[in-house]
Design a protein around this ligand. Structure first.
Ligand SMILES: Cc1ncc(C[n+]2csc(CCOP(=O)(O)OP(=O)(O)O)c2C)c(N)n1
Ligand SMILES: [Mg+2]
Length: 367
């Protein structure tokens, strides 16, 4: 279980002086911490062995894909920025496993490759995009930070820190307006959590009772700045309080705990109760991007996290306990490595976009 929540502020017993109209305020006993209590009570998701294997496989695919992307970057095959998701795999995979892919939408920042793999997007087209090839998901014109797939209801891939939160609010409004039963999952970082537009979005999402789960991926750093140096309130799940958005404090290094929390949050949102703010405490093993001098933390700190909290190793231990054999898991890793290697081969042997592509898709009329 994640950090224990701080005592919740006492609900006011006074009758409000004026009639408030927002749906969030409509319930007399608004308990900001009710979801956290439900999460603590329910604990980690009780997965079947097959479900655990699937989560393990998906996390391992992200890990191996990102390692390969790091290698290709080192070889000069990936230009521009490249932000790896290694260490944070349990967040995207735990949440994705509870989503309804037919209805729900997802939006995130620039640390997006892992998310795309989680939503079932073909590794070939992601790798081709990273290497700037015509076969890439954005025809090789977007690169690492600008990938998009309406087919998978994945709305990016955004380089402007925090911008995806406001756009996520728009996606949630669309779900509500169209009455399609979907919800939006809007991911952002601990650094992004200090952006003003995040709070404007919180306000409107709560006021309009929008179906959205705000997920803070607290990986402890924003570029080279530790959360304690940048944030007055480092318990990010409490930051919805002023907007009557319930918060959840989740161990983002444990896919089963994330999944358990996701079930509670999604149910709350789908029942028409408005937004939820979920903080997933996690850690990135690699630098902020590929050009990070890493002088702001020690190697020992990173190693300690890897040794004690790694989400993939954690799931592996559970699977071994369930009776899976080392050989079986090794064979799976081998197959994933082969799949990732094939995506790199596909990317490297694909042609670059035609120069005329520079003038297409500059403006998207409709999507
Ligand atoms: C509006 C804006 N300001 C600054 C930047 C530069 N910048 C890029 S990433 C980043 C740090 C964000 O950290 P966090 O939100 O914690 O996400 P993480 O990289 O840890 O996933 C900054 C300041 C930017 N891209 N956009
Ligand atoms: Mg961060």
């Amino acid at each position: 279980m994640a950090k224990s929540p701080k005592a919740s502020p006492k609900a006011s017993k006074k009758t409000p002086a004026k009639v408030r109209k927002s749906a969030a305020a409509a319930s007399e006993e608004f308990a900001l911490h009710s979801l956290q209590e439900a999460h603590e009570k329910a604990g980690a998701y009780k997965a079947t062995e097959d479900e655990m294997m699937a989560l393990y496989e998906q996390m391992l695919l992200i890990r191996r894909f990102e390692e390969k992307a790091g290698q290709l970057y080192g070889l000069g095959l990936i230009g521009g920025f490249c932000h790896l998701y290694i260490g944070q795999e349990a967040v995207a995979i735990g949440l994705q496993s509870a989503l309804d892919n037919e209805r729900d939408s997802v939006i995130t920042g620039y640390r997006d490759h892992g998310h795309m793999l989680a939503y079932g997007i073909d590794p070939n087209v992601i790798m081709a995009e990273l290497t700037g090839r015509a076969a890439g998901i954005s025809k090789g014109k977007g690169g690492s930070m600008h990938m998009f797939s309406t087919e998978h209801k994945f709305y990016g891939g955004h380089g402007i820190v925090g911008a995806q939160v406001a756009l996520g609010g728009g996606l949630a409004l669309a779900h509500k307006y169209k009455e399609d039963g979907g919800l939006c999952l809007a991911y952002f970082g601990d650094g992004a959590a200090n952006q003003g537009q995040v709070y404007e979005t919180f306000n409107m999402a709560a006021l309009w009772n929008l179906p959205i789960v705000f997920v803070v991926e607290n990986n402890q750093y924003a570029m080279g700045t530790a959360v304690t140096r940048s944030s007055a309130e480092t318990e990010f799940y409490r930051r919805g309080t002023a907007f009557r958005i319930p918060g959840m404090d989740v161990n983002g290094m444990d896919a089963l705990e994330v999944r358990g929390a996701a079930e509670i949050a999604f149910k709350h949102v789908r029942e028409g109760n408005g937004p939820v703010l979920m903080e997933c405490n996690t850690y990135r093993y690699r630098g902020h991007s590929m050009s990070d001098p890493a002088k702001y933390r020690t190697r020992e700190e990173v190693q300690e996290k890897r040794d004690t909290q790694d989400p993939i190793e954690g799931m592996k231990k559970l699977l071994l306990k369930k009776g899976k054999s080392e050989d079986e898991l090794k064979a799976l890793d081998k197959a994933i490595r082969a799949r990732v290697a094939a995506s790199a081969d596909f990317a490297e042997t694909s042609p670059e976009p035609e120069p005329s592509e520079l003038y297409t898709e500059v403006l998207v009329e409709e999507y």
